[in-house]
Design a protein around this ligand. Sequence first.
Ligand code: DHB
Length: 311
Amino acid sequence: MPSLRTQIAGFSFDNCLMNAAGVACMTVEELEEVRQSAAGSFVTKTATLEARAGNPEPRYRDVPLGSINSMGLPNQGIDYYLDYLLSLQESQPERTFFLSLVGMSPDETHTLLKKVQNSGFKGITELNLSCPNVPGKPQIAYDFETTERILGEAFGYFDKPLGIKLPPYFDIVHFDQAAEVFNRHPLKFVNCVNSIGNGMYIEDESVVIRPKNGFGGIGGEYIKPTALANVHAFYQRLNPSIQIIGTGGVYTGRDAFEHILCGASMVQIGTALHQQGVEVFERVSLGLKAIMAKKGYEKLEDFKGKLKYLG
Ligand code: DHB
C-alpha cells in the first residue's frame, strides 16, 4: 500500500493533504471536522489581532470551473485560534497543525508574530503575504522591498517554524526576484498559491459577489496551471531547506500527484473542499494512492520534484 506520509519543518504527517487557509477553518467546529477527516493536518483561517466581520455578503461563490471570493479577512481574532491550538497540543500532542496570520499593518503583523513567539505554540506558523481582498491594501508579496523588510524584522525575534503563503507570480523575472528574497531568510516553506487575485465572474449582466463591485480571488480549476508553475518555479530556485506546499486546483488524486511531481511536500485543497466537504480528503487520497500503485511508487519521495522536461 503506497504511503502519503510527509514531513514539513521536521514534523511528520500521516497524509500530505490538508485544507487551504480560508476554507473550513473559521470556527473550531469546522476545524474539528478537518482534524477528524483523512487530512494530515489543518491550517486555521488567517487571523488578525482583533476579530473581523469581513466584507458584505454575498462574498463567495462556487462557479462551474472554480470559485470567486472577496471575504475581506473575516476571522475570530488570533487568540481564538491560538487557544484552540494550545488545547489540541494537550489532547493530541503527536499531531502538528498550522496557524495562519497577517496583520492589517506591518506593526500588527509583528505584534501577532511576537504573540505566537511568546506563547506555548509548538506548531507551524504560516504568514499570509497574499490576501487580495481588503480594499486599499495591496498584496504584500507583490512588493519585494516590503516583503524583505517584514521577513528581516520578523526573523530578528521569531525562531519557531515559519513559512509564507504566496500569491501567484506570472513572470520569470518575478520568480527570480522573489526567490532571491526568500532565500535570504530561514523560512521552512513557501505555500504556492493563493487565489489569482481580482478576477471577475459574470452571470447575465451582473457580477456575482458584492464587495469591490465583483472583483475577487479566483480558485479551482482555473488556477491549476498557474499553481503548478509557481510550485515548480520555487522548487527550482529555493534552497533545499525551504520546502514547498502546493495549493491550487486540486480536485483529484491526479491533481495532487502533479503538485508533488512539481515539488510539493504537502498539498492543500481549497475550492474542492468548499464544494465537496471533508470527504474530499479520502477521495483524493485514494486517487493519489491508486496512481502511485500503478506506477510502482511507494512514497512521495519516489516522484516528488521529478517532473520530466521535453529535452
Ligand atoms: C482572504 C482571502 C485570501 O485569499 C487570503 O489569503 C486571506 C484572506 C479573505 O478575503 O478573507
